[in-house]
Unconditional design. Sequence first.
Length: 291
Amino acid sequence: MALHAMFVHAHPDDESSKGAATMAKLADLGYRVSVVTLTDGSAGEILNPKMDRPGVAERMPEVRRQELARALDVIGVTDHFWLGYRDSGFVEGFDGDGSVLAEDAFYNLDRERVVRDLVEIVRSTRPQVLVTYPEDGGYPHPDHLRCHDVSREAYHAAGDPARYPDAGEPFAPSKLYYMSVFSRRRVEKLHAACEERGIESPLQRFLERMDPDEPDPNTTHVEVGDWIARRSQALLAHATQVDPDGMWFRIPDEVVREVYPYEDFQLAHSRVETSMPESSLFDGIETAAGP
């Protein structure tokens, strides 16, 4: 049976902007790759002017689910789990006060309910690796923050027979990872590459907000040069959310592949022995499993 990595995401399109090249690589290498999408994306705005057409905004949840299906097919995801909770929407400067959100928004749902749903999926599919967002959500969107909370708790609860006994036979994943999109090393290298090539860098504002003295938490650097184009194709499948002429496509794929052909992750917990830095999410697991 193929080893299995499960990626838990907040919205449709997050799977394409965070870890998509790693997922595509794993799928091509014969691993099982699953995605859990927690919310319906209904609060998403039309960010691509070419998609600002009559009837699109009115059907946003349906449209975004169709876009997601196309993106998952591009990546090669083998299993998808749609929980479809109500998108909480982005709130500038969100400080954890759920009263500013709809009562039935994902952020305001009973956490035990959501954790149980995730535990049931983990126990039924038995992933060795669970991947989610860091504690700050990657950015302070309510759904990203809650995605971290419930994913981390589900990782620890899934193997505990005392937790959610009606959610299936206990199973403990071997490793928990946090995704890292804007590691300082990545941002610095790509920003420098833009300056050298006369490309208007989309990373200046990210670099300015980073603390140069803060240690890099990333432990795992997956080489994905051959899959960077697939990541871009998956992003473009989310046509309402991604403008092909926008800032995220200013740096050509070939430059990314030359300068920083990696996706970075932070190992947050492991039940197997491994050594740092890692080059695969399955380091230590394949050794433990044998050939």
